[in-house]
Design a protein around this ligand. Sequence first.
Ligand code: NDP
Length: 331
Amino acid sequence: MPFRALIVDKAEDGTVTPAIQSIEEDRLPEAPGESVTVDVSHTTLNYKDGLCLTGGGGLVRKYPHVPGIDFAGTVRSSEVAEFSPGDPVVLTGWRVGEAWWGGYAERARVKGKWLVPLPEGLSAAQAMAVGTAGFTAMLAVMALEDHGLKPENGPVLVTGAAGGVGSVATAILGRLGYEVVAVTGRPETGDYLRRLGAARILPRDEINETVKRPLESETWAGCVDAVGGAMLARVLGQMKYGCSVASVGLAGGAALPATVIPFLLRGVNLLGIDSVMRPRADRIAAWGRIARDLDMDLLDSMTVAATLEELPALGPKILEGGVKGRVVVAL
Ligand code: NDP
């Protein structure tokens, strides 16, 4: 039976165009190693999907291509012993949707070892409401905890707070009892962020300026940073002694116009967070924490539904910082 796939193709003049096509299973490229074919029930939209839908960032090298860096669904057929037809599974990362065909199709074929069993207590739709953005937010919180973060240490900053990573980080930290200070460039999202768990909103303009002094008042006990650039440089100089920033994203830029003074004089730590090549054991642990520490009603409140047809328009929108919270697509 043919199935629907959102296929992005590149014309000779370099134009990248997404279109929904009906394709047969034999068009699914082989996966590297023993594979599992999945009936995809849900997918989502991340910043990287915006790049893959529009041909940005040089992420997709081979066309035609099916984007979608995350998906959830049930196993259709399996070459690995761990999975059997009907098993609910979730996939994030491993360059699926970039180097390999991804979740913007009703069927996907991937390396079996890349799949994680759908965590107990989460539906496929909830797993996609979390998606790479939320999974990475959880990894960031776990890294901060591993470096000593505790609620009594003081306020924790979340940058890019109204975006996907930021919304989930705010909700998790709020639920864990932290005083969350949410940085946003969209003042209209203030009520939304407070409902998620932010104690205070910090307008982006107040923290987005270039570093003038390498050290400012010691203010933050931790930070989940989705923005990078000038904002991250500024935050480093405002960290309390010995505290850590989890660097997750670059929505505000890849450059880091900072000095090393916060590292040398305050023992500040900059923790790199990668979700893509993360070992499987960490993935299972993080999904377990998500099922435990993320309030599912709050997750619902930060999620909007979209269709496969709407994804081509949503791609450019997320790149402009115009998507609030998380998007779930039922296939
Ligand atoms: P979103 O677009 O949903 O969120 C990004 C948010 O950053 C926006 O909502 C906006 O928040 C803020 N923002 C956007 N542009 C700027 C700017 N120019 N200056 C300051 N703030 C800005 O994306 P995601 O949450 O999905 O991803 C966030 C980042 O994390 C991306 O760079 C993404 O590539 C990265 N990422 C990295 C992962 C990893 O493994 N390391 C995994 C997942 C994501 P507001 O409106 O509140 O200001």
